[in-house]
Design a binder for this molecule. Structure first.
Ligand SMILES: Cc1ncc(COP(=O)(O)O)c(C=O)c1O
Length: 439
């Protein structure tokens, strides 16, 4: 690592893409790794700093994908790196499930204090978003002694069997894995879905007092950065209260400051019973946590645990990340998010029909295009120009930059994204396929 990446212009593409080393590595990778991995486009990263990524050919990219909305404090934030190094030198593992690991309780206290619920809370810590979802599902069933769960069309909750059963974003995620968990009822995301929940599900299919929980992403992530209508979350809370159903907020993607509040659900003033967090909460170290109201966390020793869950090195990153979020990154997410939406909205007028929507909150920014093919082509064209973004939903491209993104970097991102859309708009029809669908 000779020169700092900050000394280079960003982006700075110095080879064809993918470059020769990347091409060779991709051939090697494809000989050994699981073909299930849904690679979006051929980037092979070598190192990162802030919002910048250098690939193994020396190309420098502006990273508005952040490892699927994970690198909240940017790549290799010096304070996070130092916290990880300090902790690794002291203690790398000592299972918190079976013993009293100090940093585990400190992280639990910290998470409980920032969780968007009043009153006493308790915390379970695992390793990933899906594990947090599994913990939420198990706790809801355990506590209520009920079995059924409501989830939403378009939701993504992960790929373990329980989380997969709750996921409702793409049919291919379910293909050939059935039977999935029974007792999961999907309704549309938004107020119309709650009409359906009350009119169809509760009246005709299963009475409400048979439901343990409703699980909801306050803003849908993988489903396409969908912000619900204003009445949806307050009414969902009211329905849950009326029927003794637990409300689980899956903030794996929308939480940890990304939307300009610590938790997205705070935009609607709604308190969940159970909060799930992962991704950005530890800057890329593997953590998934569940915070629940104390009276809900009624399970007894042995009911749930994890060998690695709450690994001390990952928790050192989590504590430092929360400090950085509170010291200014949440505020920056709100400001840069406004700038991003303002800068991208003109695309709606410039490319009517092609660009269908520009939406989001904070640094969860989604641009909906007229088709999946257009979204893939825009994503690819952004990559060719040195901007990393990621498809979401059917026909949306998402931007989820690190929360350290500067005003200048946001301007660059907006400009390059506009150029990518302009290129695709200029190559409509047969040529759209040509401009590159990710391999
Ligand atoms: C809202 C949400 N929940 C759960 C998950 C699953 O997280 P993980 O991939 O860490 O298991 C994701 C991952 O994208 C997510 O976006």
């Amino acid at each position: 690592m000779s020169t700092t990446l900050r000394a280079r212009p960003v982006p700075n593409i110095v080879t064809e893409l993918p470059g020769p080393r990347a091409r060779a590595h991709i051939a090697f990778d494809e000989a050994w790794t699981s073909p299930s991995l849904p690679r979006a486009y051929p980037i092979v990263p070598a190192r990162g700093e802030g919002c910048t990524i250098e690939d193994i050919d020396g190309n420098v990219f502006l990273d508005f994908a952040a490892g699927i909305a994970v690198n909240s404090t940017g790549h290799a934030h010096p304070r996070v790196v130092a916290a990880i190094a300090r902790q690794a030198a002291e203690l790398i593992h000592f299972s918190a499930s079976d013993f009293y690991l100090p940093i585990y309780a400190h992280a639990a206290e910290r998470l409980a204090r920032i969780a968007p619920m009043s009153g006493p809370k308790r915390v379970f810590i695992g390793n990933s978003g899906a594990e947090a979802v599994e913990a939420g599902l198990k706790l809801a069933r355990y506590h209520t002694r009920r079995q059924n769960v409501v989830a939403f069309v378009g939701a993504f909750h992960g790929r373990t069997m329980g989380a997969l059963s709750l996921t409702g974003s793409k049919a291919k995620y379910h293909a050939h894995f059935g039977p999935l968990l029974p007792g999961v009822y999907h309704v549309p995301f938004g107020s119309a879905g709650l009409d359906e929940l009350e009119d169809r599900v509760f009246r005709r299919l299963m009475p409400p007092d048979e439901f343990a929980a409703v699980i909801v992403e306050p803003i849908q992530g993988e489903g396409g950065y969908v912000v619900p209508d204003a009445a949806f979350l307050p009414r969902l809370r009211e329905i849950c209260d009326r029927h003794g159903i637990l409300l689980i907020a899956d903030e794996v993607q929308s939480g940890a400051g990304r939307t300009g509040r610590m938790w997205a659900i705070e935009h609607w003033g709604v308190e969940p019973d159970i909060l799930l967090t992962a991704k950005g909460i530890a800057s890329g170290m593997p953590i998934g946590a569940m915070v629940a109201k104390e009276e809900v966390m009624s399970w007894t020793p042995g009911a749930h645990g994890s060998t690695y869950g709450g690994n001390p090195v990952a928790l050192a990153a989590l504590l430092e990340t929360i400090d950085l979020l509170e010291e200014g990154l949440v505020v920056n997410a709100a400001e840069r998010g406004e700038q991003g939406l303002r800068g991208l909205r003109p695309l709606l007028e410039h490319y009517p029909g092609l660009v269908r929507d520009v939406r989001g909150k904070g640094l969860m920014i989604g641009v909906e295009l007229d088709s999946k093919e257009t979204a893939e082509a825009v994503q690819r064209q952004a990559f060719e120009r040195g901007l990393l973004v990621l498809e979401a939903g059917e026909d949306c491209v998402r931007m989820s930059p690190p929360l350290v993104v500067t005003a200048e970097e946001m301007e660059t991102g907006i400009r390059i994204f506009g150029e990518a859309v302009a290129h695709v708009a200029g190559h409509r029809g047969a040529a759209v396929a040509e401009v590159g669908v990710a391999g």
